[in-house]
Write a protein that binds this ligand. Structure first.
Ligand code: GLC
Length: 448
């Protein structure tokens, strides 16, 4: 084995380990459904009990907060079809890391402008996609448990997110009628379920990663809501699988066997050390940084770039996931995109180095895709839908990375041979799904 391969072998996820992770995930799922603490999977009931039945119609507002962009949408629904107008803005880091007042005040400004620009005079029912762990108390209220991804806005953790949003709107004297608070996974599943009745799972593989699925109430001992309901969508918050439960970021956790020095380094220097460990191995916010950390080690060992690291290579988060997608793109067989990316980092590279960079990207993204597939296998097997299940998937990693979805499919076949699971690209699940949750809520209230 070459010295480079030796380093990369640490990122291999063997069949045996993938099987083990699948079953560990399943036992954490069961524990998380039993009670609020004691599992790294929060398994949060969403109060969404029904998927759309196709009769939903009308005009809705949707707002989507949780990734790189904030979006406001007006969605008109009729006959299972959507018409939509939307506004998308990138949220500056200063806004998402300041205070909740700054964050929600900014959102209220964007929505106010949208309402004005689109001449919306009625107070439309609003679906709010809020893609963070929330302990819901009803469909329209929920306490933020912790921020994840790049968000740290002070004063929001432990508070009712819908109240914070309403307070910000009140201040601008804009009336909103929040009828549904949803996670992006739920939105994605709902958007897909509008046309696929056998869609039982929603997955996000974007900036962060997470999944939700429809669970039977009888399997949720901790359920305190309406006992007459038969089922409810559970937001798993699977990104936290393998976390340190004691609060000590050094605690080994369930993923100890496969966490490499690269994962550990990424974790300790992140704003939420010890948390979201599964997410940190899979999602778009982190894959580029993992690649960088591997390249730095290879450089220090003198195996690449002539042993010379530029200041840029030593700078955290200089690669985003689009770099990995470009390197691995089939149209990049001449490595032109790799050259372009590396030149920006002022690195001196020989042509053999370009092959190594490709191998590093492949190793990191392959491990991520296999881990994500172990997650999907765990969920679908748990709900006994291996023979017929559409899994709705949204997010930039799944949509844009050239091989991620293919490797996931291949791994699913390896873990559940003969399965009939379909991974279905759900375009814009988080935006449309929020409108759909709003629509179902309005229908259930008999308002339509
Ligand atoms: C993070 C959030 C989760 C969200 C996921 C994808 O893991 O905690 O709520 O669904 O990112 O956006």
């Amino acid at each position: 084995m070459s010295l480079v391969d030796e380093v990369l072998s640490k990122l291999t996820l063997s069949h045996e380990t993938a099987v083990k992770i699948k079953s560990l995930l399943q036992s954490e799922m069961v524990k998380g459904l039993e009670r609020d603490s004691g599992s790294t999977l929060k398994m949060l009931p969403t109060y969404v009990h029904d998927i759309p039945n196709g009769t939903e119609e009308g005009d809705f507002l949707a707002i989507d907060l949780g990734g790189t962009n904030f979006r406001v949408l007006k969605i008109s629904l009729k006959d299972r079809k959507y018409k939509q107008v939307e506004k998308k803005i990138e949220l500056p880091l200063e806004i998402i890391t300041d205070t909740q007042q700054t964050l929600f005040g900014h959102l209220a400004d964007v929505v106010t402008e949208f309402i004005k620009d689109n001449k919306i005079s009625a107070t439309l029912p609003l679906g709010f996609t809020f893609s963070f762990p929330v302990k819901q108390r009803s469909l329209t209220s929920g306490l933020l448990i912790t921020w994840t991804k790049k968000f740290t806005a002070e004063g929001a953790v432990g508070k009712d997110i819908v109240e914070l949003l309403k307070a910000a709107f009140d201040e601008k004297q804009v009336k909103v009628d929040v009828v549904g608070l949803v996670n992006d996974t739920t939105g994605t599943m709902m958007a897909c379920a509008l046309t696929d009745f056998n869609c039982h799972v929603g997955v996000i593989l974007g900036t962060g990663t997470n999944a939700c699925y429809m669970e039977q109430i009888e399997n949720i001992p901790k359920w305190t809501g309406d006992k007459n309901q038969k089922q409810v969508i559970i937001n798993m918050e699977w990104g936290a699988f393998g976390d340190a439960t004691s609060g000590d970021p050094q605690e080994a956790g369930a993923l100890a066997e496969i966490r490499t020095e690269f994962d550990k380094e990424l974790d300790v220097s992140s704003p939420n050390a010890g948390k979201q460990r599964y997410e940190k191995m899979i999602s778009g916010m982190y894959l580029g940084e993992l690649v960088r950390l591997v390249l730095v080690q290879l450089t220090k060992k003198g195996l690449i770039f002539n042993g010379l690291a530029s200041d840029e290579l030593l700078t955290r988060n200089v690669f985003d996931t689009s770099f990995i997608s470009n390197v691995e793109d089939l149209s990049n067989s001449d490595h032109s995109k790799t050259r372009e990316g590396l030149s920006k980092l002022k690195l001196n590279f020989a042509s053999e180095d370009l092959d190594i960079v490709l191998k590093v990207c492949q190793a990191v993204s392959r491990r991520g895709a296999r881990l994500a597939a172990a997650g999907v296998a765990a969920v679908v097997e748990k709900i006994k839908k291996v023979d017929d299940c559409v899994v709705a998937v949204d997010g930039s990693v799944f949509q844009k990375h050239p091989t991620f979805s293919g490797i996931m499919k291949e791994t699913l076949n390896e873990l559940l041979p003969g399965n009939k699971i379909q991974l279905k690209r759900a375009e814009d699940g988080s935006g449309r799904g929020a409108a759909l949750v709003a629509a179902v809520a309005v229908r259930m209230k008999g308002k339509l």
